[in-house]
Design a protein around this ligand. Structure first.
Ligand SMILES: Cc1ncc(COP(=O)(O)O)c(C=O)c1O
Length: 393
């Protein structure tokens, strides 16, 4: 099928939930992807913070091929070693004692909310079901995750939401305190709010959330689906704050582009979720887990994280040097950077795409820079050239 035919057929047969530019991607290598016309794009979207090691990274492909000949799927009715290895690795690297595997970010959020409520039912009481989330948060599209997403524009037409969610103001501890009651089960927060425009949480704010949870016997859940796994320059984004959550979700880049979601938690929480309480047919299957083990090991390496810190700083420095009165702010940490504009960025993003640079929007007025974590300075220089030209556009 040529590009036109593909797009025409897509309009006919795919539910119209996405607005896509008019090219069809066929393959990728490193930080580049290619379309049907063999046009090359520098990918600073990375599948929305997913392709952390770039496209078709050599070792990932090798591991995937090898495992594809052994065992793809066996369900969670049976033990399989790749899954156990990934869990052991994650518990070694992070705060967590136990891991649950699923297939996406939203699914990880659903499970995290269920596990938190199970804990509260056992440790507090059955009315301690309330979850404090934040305005401008994004946690996913399924009902629990949507209810935790403090942005009414995503709720429209889908109400009623799951009961028990209240919303405080991000980076405003006083507003959180006002919502704490004996019915509070947990606070859920992104250490860097991603979808709403790249807003990093202040260190004191995260520390304050930790204290509030401790003082009021509720759980602190961090959603690191977008900002975790090396994106900010540390393996977990919470490491910058010096505190730890009780539950954490990770997904997007964890299996290098294959679908995997994870819920990480402490033992004292895990012990209240029993056999039959939660489950997944596909979660943590051998194929994705073998790749995830490699991705996690690669990202957790000190030199790799130093590279992310350095290139992230370089990206921010280069963006700061661009002289354009369209830019109103630059925010971010490591390789999750948002450039806020004085206008809807969609047109500028489209121009960037036409000029061979993939970027994505966040919130109403921000362009997100989320390159593969393996990006080099030379790629950033190239991206800056295209971005600058497209801004003038
Ligand atoms: C912070 C955060 N949480 C949850 C999700 C939902 O993840 P998924 O699209 O894999 O369901 C996203 C997706 O963008 C996200 O950025």
């Amino acid at each position: 099928m040529n590009t036109g035919k593909c797009i025409q057929l897509e309009k006919k047969v795919i539910l119209n939930t996405y607005s896509r530019p008019d090219f069809v991607l066929t393959h990728g290598k490193g930080v580049y992807v290619y379309d049907k016309e063999n046009k090359k794009y520098l990918d600073f979207c990375a599948g929305i913070a997913v392709n952390a090691l770039g496209h078709c990274e050599k070792t990932s492909v090798k591991i995937l091929k090898k495992q594809a000949e052994k065992l793809w799927h066996c369900s969670n009715l049976y033990y399989s070693e790749p899954q156990i290895r990934v869990a052991e690795l994650l518990t070694r690297i992070t705060f967590a004692d136990k891991v649950f595997f699923c297939n996406s970010g939203a699914e990880a959020i659903e499970g995290a909310l269920k596990i938190a409520r199970k804990w509260a039912h056992a440790v507090k009481d059955k009315n301690a079901h309330q979850i404090i989330s934040f305005h401008q948060a994004f946690h996913g599209r399924t009902f629990g995750a949507l209810s935790a997403t403090g942005q009414p524009k995503f709720w429209e037409g889908f109400e009623p939401l799951v009961p028990g969610f209240v919303y405080a103001t991000f980076n405003d501890l006083e507003s959180v305190k006002k919502h704490i009651t004996p019915h509070t089960c947990a606070i859920i927060a992104e250490p860097v709010q991603g979808e709403s425009g790249i807003f990093p949480a202040q260190k004191a704010f995260l520390q304050g959330l930790r204290n509030l949870c401790d003082e009021n016997n509720c759980l602190l859940i961090f959603d690191e689906i977008q900002c975790g796994l090396g994106r900010t320059g540390s393996f977990c984004a919470y490491e910058h704050s010096g505190i730890e959550p009780d539950i954490m979700t990770m997904a997007k880049p964890i299996a290098g582009g294959l679908p995997m979601g994870t819920i990480l938690m402490k033992d004292h929480i895990a012990e209240h979720t029993k056999v039959g309480n939660h489950g997944s047919t596909f979660g943590g299957g051998p194929l994705v887990s073998r790749v995830a083990e490699h991705v996690i090991k690669t990202i957790a390496d000190g030199d790799f994280l130093t590279h992310v810190k350095k290139t992230g700083q370089y990206l921010k420095d280069q963006l700061s040097q661009i002289k354009s009165d369209k830019i109103t702010a630059i925010r971010g940490k490591g390789l999750i950077v948002g450039v806020e504009l004085d206008q809807d960025p969609q047109k500028i993003i489209q121009t960037c795409v036409s000029n061979g640079l993939l970027l994505c929007k966040a919130g109403n007025n921000t362009i997100r820079f989320l390159p593969p974590l393996t990006v080099k300075k030379k790629h950033i220089d190239k991206a800056m050239g295209i971005f600058q030209r497209s801004l003038k556009g």
